[in-house]
Design a protein around this ligand. Structure first.
Ligand SMILES: Cc1cc2nc3c(=O)[nH]c(=O)nc-3n(C[C@H](O)[C@H](O)[C@H](O)COP(=O)(O)OP(=O)(O)OC[C@H]3O[C@@H](n4cnc5c(N)ncnc54)[C@H](O)[C@@H]3O)c2cc1C
Length: 430
C-alpha cells in the first residue's frame, strides 16, 4: 500500500481521539482487527473522571496514587488531571451527552476508592456514547482518515532502529505492508489471553508481542487488574461486568449466609482478594451482590443495560440478588512510553490500554482509563505534528511466510506474553 503519514493500529477511543487531533492534510490509515464497534471502549459502563473543581485536585491525585499503591508516575497523573476539563469540553463539543440534572448541570457519580463523586456518565453505557461520537466525528469530518476493518497488525516494519510502518493481515487472509512516517499502537488490553475476562477476545496484546520481538521497552506487564464483580455464569464467552458505580450508588455484597463481609468501596485489588477469600471459605464460585439498596428508580434510569442483561440471565436486580465473581478486566502495564506517548523506538508511539505511561501504578482507580487514554492520545498526536519529519528511503522487504500459520503465531505470542507475566510475578519487575 502507499506510504501514509500516520498509521494507527486500533480504533477504540484512544485511536479515534488521536486521529481527530491531526491536521486534515495528513494521510492516516487506521486499522482494526475486527469490526469497528468491537473495541473495549464501547463496553465502558461506569464513566469518565474529571477534575470537578480546582479544590478537588489534591483529593483526585491522592485517590489515584493510593489505588495505584504509590507506584504511579506522579507527573503523568498530574498531566491527566490537569488536562481532564479540556478533554471533557472537547467531548461535549463532539456531541457526547453526559447525564445532567433538571437545571442542565452535569451529574457526577462515585465508584470504589474515590473520596468524592467526580465521574461523568451516560446511563451505564458511557464508553459507547463517547466512542460512537468520536467515530461519527472522524467519519463526518476527516476524509483524510481511512479505516480498514478486519485487518490485523502482525509486525512492525523497522529500519535502522526506526519504525517505518507495519505488516498487516488483510480481511481476505493476504498480507500487506503499510509503510508510514509515524506509527501509533492503540491496540488495547490483553483480556483475550485469559479464560475469564470482561474484554473482547481479539484483544491479545499484539502490540506487546511485536514490541517484545523488536526490543522496544515494556513496563510492569504483570500489573493486571481483576475486576471484583462480573456476573457469574457457567456459559462460555466474555464475562459481563457489574460496574463498580453500582456499589458507588449503594449496592452491597453478601457471603453464602447473606451477611456482608467487606467494605464494598475498597480499591479493586483489595476487594477482589476479599471476595476470593470469602468464596474459599464458603466453598462457592461466587458471592452475592444486592442492587436493591440503590432503589428501583435509580436502577432503571442509571443502569438500564445492567438491568436488562441480568434479566436476560434470569435475574431481576430490582427484586433479587445476583451471583458475582472476579474476572480479568484491565491492564495497567504495557509498552513503556514517556509523557508524550513515545516508545523507546523512534517514530513509534503507544496510547490507551496497550501503553504504560505510569498513570495507574499497580492498580487503576475506577474510571481513570478512558480519561488517561484520551489525554495521552492527544499528546501523541500533538507531539508527532510538532516534530513531523518525513522518513526517507524505501520500506524494508518482508517475507510474509514468517507469519504463517496465523493460529500458530497467535499461540506462540500468547505463551510468550503469559510466560513473561509469570516470570515478573515471581521475580519482580527488575
Ligand atoms: C466491560 C468494561 C467496562 C469498562 N468500564 C470503564 C469505565 O467505566 N471507565 C473507564 O475509564 N474505563 C472503563 N473500562 C476500560 C476502558 O474501556 C478501556 O481501558 C479503554 O476503552 C481502552 O481504550 P483503547 O482505545 O486503548 O482500547 P480498545 O477500546 O480496546 O481498542 C483496541 C482496538 O485495537 C484493535 N486491535 C487490537 N489488536 C490489533 C491488531 N493486532 N491489529 C489491528 N487492530 C488491533 C481492536 O480491534 C480495537 O479496535 C472498561 C473496560 C471494560 C472491558
Amino acid at each position: 500500500m502507499n506510504k501514509q503519514d500516520i498509521v494507527i493500529v486500533g480504533s477504540g477511543c484512544a485511536g479515534l481521539f488521536a486521529a481527530l487531533q491531526f491536521p486534515a492534510n495528513r494521510s492516516i490509515t487506521m486499522i482494526t482487527k475486527e469490526t469497528i464497534e468491537h473495541s473495549d471502549s464501547f463496553l465502558a459502563q461506569g464513566g469518565i473522571c474529571v477534575l470537578k473543581t480546582p479544590e478537588d485536585y489534591q483529593s483526585f491525585f491522592d485517590d489515584t496514587l493510593k489505588a495505584g499503591h504509590y507506584e504511579n508516575r506522579r507527573e503523568s497523573v498530574d498531566i491527566m488531571i490537569r488536562s481532564s476539563r479540556d478533554t471533557i469540553r472537547e467531548l461535549i463539543g463532539y456531541g457526547v451527552d453526559f447525564a445532567r440534572d433538571s437545571d442542565g448541570s452535569l451529574l457526577y457519580t462515585r465508584e470504589g476508592a474515590h473520596s468524592n463523586p467526580r465521574i461523568l456518565y451516560h446511563e451505564d453505557e458511557t464508553g459507547k456514547e463517547i466512542t460512537s461520537r468520536l467515530l461519527q466525528q472522524v467519519r463526518r469530518t476527516r476524509p483524510n482518515v481511512r479505516i480498514l476493518e478486519n485487518t490485523a497488525m502482525v509486525d512492525l516494519l523497522c529500519r535502522d532502529g526506526q519504525c517505518c510502518g507495519i505488516v498487516a493481515r488483510c480481511a481476505d487472509g493476504s498480507y500487506t505492508t503499510l509503510p508510514a512516517n509515524y506509527t501509533i499502537l492503540a491496540c488495547g488490553g490483553i483480556g483475550g489471553l485469559y479464560a475469564h475476562s470482561t474484554n473482547y477476545p481479539q484483544l491479545t496484546g499484539d502490540g506487546l508481542a511485536v514490541c517484545m520481538e523488536h526490543g522496544v521497552a515494556l513496563e510492569n506487564i504483570n500489573y493486571v487488574q481483576i475486576h471484583p464483580t462480573t456476573l457469574y455464569t457457567k456459559k462460555p464467552g466474555r464475562s459481563f461486568l457489574i460496574s463498580e458505580s453500582v456499589r458507588g450508588e449503594g449496592a452491597l455484597l453478601y457471603n453464602a449466609r447473606m451477611e456482608r463481609f467487606a467494605d464494598e468501596l475498597m480499591p479493586r485489588d483489595l476487594l477482589t482478594a476479599a471476595i476470593r477469600l470469602q468464596m474459599e471459605e464458603d466453598g462457592t464460585e461466587f458471592v452475592w451482590e444486592d442492587l436493591r439498596p440503590i432503589g428501583e428508580e435509580t436502577i432503571l434510569s442509571h443502569f438500564p443495560n445492567i438491568y436488562s442483561r441480568c434479566l436476560e440471565e434470569g435475574y431481576d436486580v430490582t427484586k433479587e440478588c445476583i451471583p458475582v465473581t472476579p474476572a480479568q478486566h484491565y491492564f495497567m502495564g504495557g509498552i513503556h512510553v514517556d509523557e508524550n506517548s513515545r516508545t523507546t523506538m523512534a517514530r513509534l508511539y503507544a496510547i490507551g490500554e496497550t501503553a504504560c505511561n505510569g498513570v495507574h501504578g499497580k492498580n487503576r482507580l475506577a474510571s481513570n482509563s478512558l480519561l488517561e487514554s484520551l489525554v495521552f492520545a492527544k499528546r501523541a498526536a500533538l507531539h508527532i505534528t510538532e516534530h513531523y519529519i518525513p522518513l526517507r528511503g524505501p520500506a524494508p522487504a518482508v517475507d510474509f511466510s514468517a507469519y504463517e500459520p496465523a493460529d500458530q503465531l497467535a499461540r506462540t505470542r500468547k505463551a510468550r506474553i503469559l510466560a513473561e507475566i509469570e516470570r515478573l510475578d515471581h521475580h519482580g519487575n527488575q
